[in-house]
Design a binder for this molecule. Structure first.
Ligand code: OGA
Ligand code: MN
Length: 205
């Protein structure tokens, strides 16, 4: 079992070497469970919205590109599970700032739910924010996920000019981190409900 600091180091090494990194068991099973129950409570409150692709007027077009429903987290939340996640994410931000001088000054984080049949076509995480998105972080909350459920994150990288898609399953407890503006990626069609928390670490832009 790695310490939190070892997990941060593993993530940083991956991002430096390849632009992305995967850390399994970043969240413990009970943390995933608690987050999922808060997620469900929030979802049932009816506050989730269909995600957009930047331009408000083109909401109908967004559905052809992405089908997830999202809810932004309040950074001052007092919900225990949300606090745990926000604190862990902030610990990572602090570590990045101290060791890599990234100048991360803010974060934006949302819950995301993909229903059966939903996907997010190939894109980069650049639009929308006023501040610059440096790193994307995605926490997966899907216990008992099987390959038949689809819903993979596919990150496109190229080696010696040859493109390849790295397939990453959205397994419970897993954290994926990648350079927001650099790497194109997509979420393949989900054949089971898919739950995650996505965040962006922002500099001054
Ligand atoms: C996104 C995104 C990937 C995933 O929300 O921008 O690319 O695996 N999510 O959920
Ligand atoms: Mn994305």
């Amino acid at each position: 079992m790695l310490t939190q600091e070892q997990k941060f180091e593993l993530l940083i090494e991956g991002v430096v070497a390849k632009g992305y990194a995967v850390c399994d068991d970043f969240l413990e099973p009970h943390e995933v469970e608690n987050l999922l129950s808060t997620f469900t409570k929030r979802y049932q409150s009816g506050k989730f919205r269909e995600a957009s692709i930047g331009k408000q007027s083109e909401a109908h077009k967004a559905a052809l590109i992405r089908g997830d429903e999202i809810l932004w987290l309040e950074t001052n939340s007092i919900d225990v599970a949300e606090r745990m996640l926000l604190n862990k994410n902030q610990a990572f931000v602090d570590y990045l700032n101290q060791t890599c001088y990234l100048g991360i000054v803010d974060t934006e984080i949302h819950f995301a739910k993909y229903d059966i049949g939903k996907f997010y076509r190939r894109h980069r995480d650049t639009f929308q924010a006023q501040k610059g998105r440096i790193l994307s972080v995605i926490y997966y909350l899907n216990p008992n996920w099987i390959p038949e459920n689809g819903g993979n994150l596919i990150i496109y990288t190229s080696e010696n000019g040859i493109e390849k898609g790295i397939v990453i399953e959205p397994l419970a407890g897993r954290l994926v981190c990648f350079e927001s503006e650099k790497l194109e990626h997509e979420v393949s069609e989900a054949f089971a409900e898919r739950f995650s928390v996505t965040g962006w670490l922002l500099n001054r832009g």
